[in-house]
Design a protein around this ligand. Sequence first.
Ligand SMILES: [Zn+2]
Ligand SMILES: [Zn+2]
Length: 165
Amino acid sequence: MTRADAFPLEGGCTCRAVRYRMATRPLFVHCCHCRWCQRETGASFALNAMIEADRVTLLQGRLEIVDTPSNSGKGQRISRCASCKVAVWSNYAGAGDAIRFVRAGTLDEPDRLPPDIHIFTSSKQPWVVLPAGTPAVPEYYDRNAFWPSESLERRAALLAARSGR
Ligand SMILES: [Zn+2]
Ligand SMILES: [Zn+2]
């Protein structure tokens, strides 16, 4: 897991117009090897840090929200810099606006957030060699089996706050 003392982290887009701050450790970090992520990144996988939306602050710049199809069929809303169009995070239909999937590669120090799990490895490009010791699943997974208890508690608190509104 990521060191607790490494936060906050900052990141942003390529033209430097958009800057953001991630206040705490994310809930969980996905390395997704699905074909959709391969296409969106133009590479072999996407690295997404899932975190409560209110723990990510936009410090400067303007985001453009782009509705984009997703693997689930329910779509995702990708937040991109309005100038250079680099994607900094997504919101998926499942968790709605409450959880952001921050593109870990946009952090100033992306090395701080290695994957907690590799998902959709059934479509992993064959030359990508996964490290021993990090969980890997062919498609998706049961959160309760992999997330640390602190992250499960944070998620439960988030859902409780949403239903209480
Ligand atoms: Zn930009
Ligand atoms: Zn994916």
